[in-house]
Design a protein around this ligand. Structure first.
Ligand code: GTP
Ligand code: SPV
Ligand code: MN
Length: 641
């Protein structure tokens, strides 16, 4: 074993003792990189942290990610050799790869996700909490020697453009090369980030292990992970992330949900801004006027699709700033400014097609990773609804088994419902020219939404910021495959942040209220809306969705100009009769009417459910939210008389 002190000096790279310990199990590891190792020397605190971790985890080797193309190629070779990924047909899908995970490691593990604040109250009723010292003891046990036989990759990464004042830096250490290549797509990684860190720049330490040490002589599996012991742990006070056991998505790509949402929400609370589970899009009307809209929908409820929408109404244009996360702050000009801190898309594959989301399809034509989708006979990808019928020939399912449409009945879907694509943001053909702008884009509308088969209309508008925050706090949605657990169960998912808020959700509601209340010029603030693409009848969606959602965006756009196209209802403003553009839309008038109706009796049940839910927050529930609920109830009662 190398000594911690000698770990990353180039002199020690070629120590005989070090090279002599190379065994067959390490053949596929990258050598520790002398240039980048030396770069760590500039930052003594970072260097010390990396050395401590490598020593404690008993990593065989350490490699600091430089971010170069050559390094990426080497990592891909390693992943191919270990059978984690395979290259897709380069004629059909250039420079693209398919990974199949362990069938038990397919989604975010909410039950194993923890917020370990000192005081349980600070985690609040919606988070799993364990006392930090108790959790540290557990982590010590889990992580001791966890990287035996594996290389520890050190990934310096920036959330937001490198060097921008709005950006934040994290350093993730991981024993998963899949995580290393994925982080390279999803964030900005490598030497340029170290350059910004300099000698004493701040970084959020992120520790990740698949929890599967490889003993000498043992044979590795294609997707090593630990399905017995898993923990995705956040220490909000010390701003640290520790993740053990899973290699999948939000569990392991720690820049995304763990940092940019859970830890960032805590930083944002302390500094007076907002870290949100929101897409950001630019929308231009036929006259050339442009506005930006941010929208929070729970996981697998349509953010990527809306962010890349291709309008069906003539003359309108949508451009994509981001599809999953928004950091927002009131700017010097008084508008709410938003940036997308990510650098790539990690999008839901099933349901994505040229019909539903052509811009996503074009974003993944090349240089893309696919995880848990099916493979066609000619070496391309396929998933449910990519085409009406599966392609001819026998497919290989996400489980690596032969699959045909006929075998679907017994074998289940060809692609896992939470199978995903990973692709660089810049590959989106409608990427917004300002997507990378450190100033952020000015937000004119904030939209909430969820999967609601009943009751909730296609679109409605809040009366003001406080009412809008209430509507955000009241979001409910059916559970999707993005997280483990039951599907389709309706649950409260405030601001689509239920799994992602790093502190007490009641205090988070209060923070939203205070950001609006502190703004100097309320007229510059965005308006708030709620949408529902998922109203059902007889198991069928009533609204065609996807590109047709541009009709709703148009109405929202008009409302941000205060156009007189709305009528007041007890829940807020809905499109006035005939005001929603339905030209050329194949939806019957009576269905349209239903989509926009507000049923006071049904809403009174919603109020009762909310009252019960809010009670779980006790004193942390802000007065402003309670007042909005009471006022809504009064209006509904008056309307039902
Ligand atoms: P995460 O990445 O998990 O945060 O998901 P997301 O919110 O970005 O959801 P995404 O856009 O990937 O959509 C999830 C699923 O919903 C996909 O299968 C889509 O095809 C489907 N979907 C998206 N928009 C619509 C819509 O307007 N109508 C209907 N019926 N389905 C939609
Ligand atoms: C979500 O679940 O909201 C996602 C996917 O965006 S994951 O990165 O796995 O969290
Ligand atoms: Mn998401």
């Amino acid at each position: 074993m190398f000594s911690a002190v000698g770990l990353i000096t180039s002199k020690n790279l070629h120590r005989t003792a070090y090279t002599a310990t190379i065994t067959a199990r390490r053949l596929y590891a990258l050598p520790a990189n002398a240039i980048n190792g030396a770069a760590l020397n500039k930052h003594p605190k970072l260097k010390q942290w990396v050395e401590d971790k490598a020593k404690f985890f008993k990593a065989d080797n350490v490699h600091v990610i430089s971010g170069t193309e050559a390094e990426n190629k080497d990592l891909i070779k390693i992943l191919e050799k270990s059978g984690t990924i395979e290259q897709l047909n380069p004629k059909l899908r250039p420079n693209s790869f398919l990974a199949r995970t362990d069938p038990k490691d397919v989604a975010r593990a909410e039950d194993s996700t923890f917020i370990c604040s000192k005081d349980k109250k600070d985690a609040g009723p919606t988070n799993n909490w364990v006392n930090p010292s108790e959790m540290r003891q557990r982590l010590d046990k889990l992580f001791a020697g966890t990287m035996r036989g594996r290389t520890m990759y050190v990934i310096p990464y920036s959330m937001g453009p490198i060097g921008s004042p709005i950006s934040r830096i994290g350093v993730e250490v991981t024993d998963s090369p899949y995580v290393a290549v994925s982080m390279r797509i999803m964030t900005r990684v490598g030497q340029p980030v170290l350059d910004v860190l300099g000698a004493n720049g701040e970084f959020v330490p992120c520790v990740h292990s698949i929890g599967a040490p490889l003993e000498a002589g043992a044979k590795d599996v294609p997707w090593p992970c630990n399905t017995k012991e898993r923990a995705i742990v956040h220490f909000p006070e010390t701003r640290e992330i520790w993740s053990f056991g899973s290699g999948y998505g939000g569990n392991s790509l720690l820049g995304k949900k763990c940092f940019a949402l859970r830890i960032a929400s805590v930083i944002a609370r302390d500094e007076g801004w907002l870290a949100e589970h929101m897409l950001i899009l630019g929308i231009t009307d036929p006259k050339g006027n442009k506005k930006y809209i941010a929208a929070a929908f729970p996981s697998a409820c349509g953010k990527t699709n809306l962010a890349m929408l291709q309008p069906t109404i003539p003359g309108w244009k949508v451009e994509c700033v981001g599809d999953d996360i928004a950091w927002m702050k009131i700017g010097a000009d008084g508008t709410l400014r938003a940036i997308n801190p990510e650098n790539g898309f990690f999008g839901v594959a099933p349901g994505t097609s040229m019909k539903t989301n052509p811009n996503a399809m074009r974003s993944i034509e090349k240089n893309a990773f696919f995880t848990n989708v099916a493979k066609t006979a000619d070496g391309d990808v396929w998933w449910e609804e990519l085409s009406k019928e599966p392609p001819t020939g026998t497919l290989t399912s996400w489980l690596g088994k032969p699959w045909t449409a006929a075998s679907a009945k017994t074998d289940g879907p060809a692609a896992h419902p939470n199978s995903r694509f990973t692709a660089p943001t810049v590959q989106c053909p409608i990427i917004d020219p300002k997507w990378n702008d450190p100033e952020g884009v000015p937000i004119s509308a904030i939209v909430f939404g969820g999967r609601r088969p009943n009751l909730v209309p296609l679109v409605y508008e809040a009366n003001n910021w406080q009412h809008g925050s209430f509507i955000g706090s009241a979001v409910s949605s059916e559970k999707t495959a993005a997280a483990e657990g039951d599907l389709g169960v309706l649950r409260h998912d405030p601001f689509a942040m239920l799994p992602f808020c790093g502190y007490n959700m009641g205090d988070y509601f209060g923070h939203w209220l205070s950001v609006g209340a502190k703004a100097k010029d309320a007229s510059k603030l965005p308006k708030f809306f709620h949408v529902n693409w998922f109203r059902q009848e007889n198991g069928k969606f009533l609204w065609p969705g996807f590109g047709e959602n541009s009709r709703v965006l148009k109405w929202i756009f008009q409302r941000t100009n205060n156009e007189n196209v709305a009528r007041q209802t007890p829940i807020g403003l809905v499109p006035a009769e005939g005001a929603l553009d339905t030209t050329g839309l194949d939806v019957k008038p009576e269905v349209m009417k239903k989509l926009l109706e507000v049923n006071p009796a049904g809403w009174l049940n919603e109020v009762a459910a909310l009252r019960k839910y809010y009670a779980t927050f006790g004193e942390a529930l802000p007065k402003g939210i309670k007042a909005e609920l009471d006022a809504l109830e009064t209006r509904l009662k008056a309307a039902s008389k």
